[in-house]
Ligand binder design. Structure first.
Ligand SMILES: NC(=O)c1ccc[n+]([C@@H]2O[C@H](COP(=O)([O-])OP(=O)(O)OC[C@H]3O[C@@H](n4cnc5c(N)ncnc54)[C@H](O)[C@@H]3O)[C@@H](O)[C@H]2O)c1
Length: 371
């Protein structure tokens, strides 16, 4: 007897619609899943373009209104890959229709919207997850495991940066990414990944002090309502200190993110440009070995790697989606799924605290946002 099928509907056919289609297709190739995912429908507002995307991604049908996708009885999971300003409404409709929901990050553009999405999925008792895919890179997952196992001791400092050149050119025309109500801030777009990984590794953030700047304030004659670049100091509930920086105006920086943790006994460093590696400084090493060792996060004993290629071949960005969706499908239909909407909302609260802090020029507690 063949495996049972899990019906998927993907909302949005852009970069993430493509990445998730790829993830569903490859997950059952790389790992043993009890049930087989089948992307049955994809939606987009432009009928011709979404039909072309469906053909390219190997999806049997397309619709031009996401409501038609959410209402289909052969869809078990609604996977939201549209701009952040649309997420909460689509997630609530999907939950109300009894569907499990996977939503790209950031969960929403405001904490209030994120909280409403959490309430909707909790009320409907449906599985829910936010697409913080970078957690699923083997090296990042190994970093978390090593911290949990005490490799750095007690975490004292965490610094995380995300530098991109996406907004460098002032001639880039206005689109949803420059509209706060649709795209959210750079803090939420890039920073949400960093805050998710940071809180996953070092626990909740208590308070932040942020600064923000918008260098190109108008595009295509329309006002830009998002920050180009922001930074924040943070205090974790544990007492650890954090520093975050996220910018879309860093010339010749494509998607450079780094995360470094300094504990009282060791240091761990991840750099996305070398995504199959982890630097580890062990305070217990003999003095003549002073320095960092370069761990190849490809050994079968490391997270996810046994599902992938032989050691030395490495994985890439696409693998993070395969691992993410594989993890969720693996737990279908019982769950639990993580990170879930509640965790997505917790990240959103930190993003909003940074934004408020930058505007009001003072430290802001996360409790102030969560109310
Ligand atoms: N996890 C990651 O690595 C990653 C990377 C890029 C983007 N994202 C996130 O994925 C989401 C989508 O980003 P993207 O890069 O795929 O965007 P995109 O612009 O490539 O695609 C957006 C899709 O949404 C549709 N859309 C646009 N405006 C809409 C509206 N008002 N209502 C309904 N549909 C609309 C577009 O037609 C398109 O199909 C965002 O939340 C973004 O932050 C995540």
């Amino acid at each position: 007897m063949g495996a049972a099928e899990i019906g998927i509907g993907i909302v949005g056919y852009g970069a993430m619609g493509k990445a998730h289609s790829y993830g569903y297709r490859v997950a059952p190739v790389m790992r043993r899943l009890r049930d087989r995912p089948r992307v049955r429908v994809i939606s987009g507002r432009d009928r011709e373009k979404v039909a072309a995307a469906a053909t390219a991604y190997g999806i049997a049908s397309s619709v031009s209104d996401w409501r038609d996708l959410v209402g289909r009885p052969d869809v078990d999971i609604v996977d939201i890959c549209t701009p952040p300003g649309t997420h909460a409404e689509i997630a609530a409709a999907a939950a109300e229709a009894g569907k499990a929901v996977i939503c790209e990050k950031p969960l929403a553009v405001t904490y209030a919207q994120a909280a409403s999405a959490v309430a909707a999925v909790e009320e409907a008792h449906v599985l829910n997850a936010v697409g913080f895919n970078y957690r699923r890179l083997p090296a990042v997952s190994l970093m978390k495991r090593m911290i949990d196992e005490g490799a750095v001791g007690a975490v004292r400092l965490l610094r995380a940066t995300w530098l991109s050149d996406e907004f460098v050119d002032p001639a880039i025309p206005f689109d949803w990414r420059f509209d706060r109500s649709m795209g959210g801030t750079t803090i939420a777009d890039l920073g949400s990944h960093l805050i998710d990984m940071a809180t996953w590794m070092a626990g909740p953030i208590a308070e932040v002090s942020g600064q923000s700047e918008t260098f190109a304030r108008e595009r295509s004659g329309r006002p830009v309502t998002v920050d180009d670049a922001s930074a924040a100091l943070a205090r974790f509930e544990s007492g650890a200190s954090g520093v975050f920086e996220m910018a879309r105006t860093a010339v010749r920086r494509p998607c450079d993110f780094t995360i470094e943790v300094n504990g009282d006994r060791g240091t761990l460093v991840f750099e996305y440009a070398r995504l199959n590696e982890l630097l580890y400084g062990d305070g217990d090493d003999r003095p003549e070995l002073y320095g960092m060792r370069r761990i190849r996060a490809e050994h079968p004993s490391h997270p996810y790697t046994a599902d992938w290629w032989p050691i030395g071949q490495g994985v890439g960005y696409g693998s993070s989606f395969v691992n993410q969706l594989g993890d969720l499908l693996d737990r279908w239909p019982e769950g639990p799924w993580e990170p879930d909407f509640a965790q997505g909302a917790a990240v959103q609260a930190v993003c909003e605290a940074i934004e408020r802090s930058a505007v009001e020029r003072r430290w802001v507690t996360v409790a102030e946002i969560v109310g």
